[in-house]
Design a protein around this ligand. Structure first.
Ligand SMILES: [Zn+2]
Length: 304
């Protein structure tokens, strides 16, 4: 397929998955019916989180697993109907809904992670699983036998996976939402599976021990240089590269307004109140507005 035809295919389907997504944005139990083909080689399972499946002529890559073994088994069943060749699994970051379904995959799955993400998983994964268990009975049940899994292939900053007629670049740009988040860039379609690094009108949640808002903005800028035609984020609907400018504007505003509040002598608590209200007026309807508390608190610490 010609590149222009591939890109047209992307945009032609763009309206459909977003409409389907709106019905079940918070579905922690993934449903094998919520599957959409986005481009010739890329499928998504919409849920919490969205799962990416890239099918090439010689191999298949699944990105993220869902929460716990049961969701991993659902993802595996969807993937098996599409699968060609060797099976690879990679994860956007170490949080439980992205990694703990690994045990639901076949034993011969080749698991790939960047070193920073695997380190963070081993250092902080167990605590995060306990936190997720405490959030609801459903989570507790899904995570009943969850543990910290290994990877078969570890890479430092970048690795390209050749799946035959499609390739996937996996790139680590540095700490963003967590210390170890990566993006996936699928060619020839120019689809980015972006995890939490860039999302669609979704309030940022800076949570890594090495995360700074300024650092995340520079990660955002480097990811934008890949110029994706279609972006599949993990907790919001798919969109196009306008997502970069929107999220960047939000982050720059958040930093500037927090810095102004701090320089006026406001406490961190008052800065959270004032800046949250300003952001909600300027960016109405963004998902997970409660995340702003953590983001503004971090921006306050970063401000001179
Ligand atoms: Zn996360």
């Amino acid at each position: 397929m010609q590149r222009s035809a591939v890109i047209a295919f992307c945009f032609g389907l763009l309206a459909l998955p977003a409409a389907g997504f709106a019905q079940q944005p918070e579905n922690i139990v993934l449903n094998d019916k919520d599957v959409k083909q986005l481009t010739p080689h890329v499928w998504a399972i919409y849920g919490n989180p969205n799962i990416g499946i890239v099918v090439g002529s010689k191999g298949t890559l699944v990105v993220d697993t869902g929460l716990g073994k049961r969701n991993g088994t659902t993802v595996d069943a969807v993937m098996e109907k599409l699968r060609k060749g060797k099976l690879y699994l990679a994860t956007t970051h170490f949080h439980p809904e992205h990694v703990t379904g690994q045990s639901g995959f076949p034993a011969d799955t080749v698991v790939i992670r960047n070193i920073a993400q695997q380190k963070e998983l081993e250092e902080s994964g167990a605590g995060m699983i306990d936190f997720f268990r405490s959030r609801s009975d459903v989570n507790k049940e899904l995570l009943v036998d969850a543990g910290i899994d290994k990877a078969d292939i570890l890479f430092d900053n970048e690795m390209t996976l050749d799946l035959g007629d499609v390739t996937v670049r996996m790139v680590y740009f540095g700490p963003a939402h967590t210390n170890g988040d990566i993006v996936f860039f699928v060619e020839p379609e120019k689809v980015m599976i972006s995890g939490d690094i860039v999302q669609n009108k979704f309030t940022i949640l800076p949570i890594g021990t090495k995360t700074t808002i300024k650092g995340w903005i520079s990660v955002l800028d480097r990811a934008a240089e890949l110029k994706p035609a279609l972006i599949l984020p993990d907790h919001s609907p798919p969109g196009d590269s306008a997502m970069f400018a929107e999220q960047r504007a939000y982050m720059v505003d958040l930093l500037a307004q927090t810095q102004a509040a701090k320089s006026q002598g406001k406490s961190v608590e008052d800065a959270v109140k004032v800046v949250t209200a300003e952001l909600q007026t300027k960016y109405p309807g963004w998902l997970r507005p409660g995340n702003a508390t953590r983001a503004i608190t971090m921006a306050y610490k970063e401000a001179p």
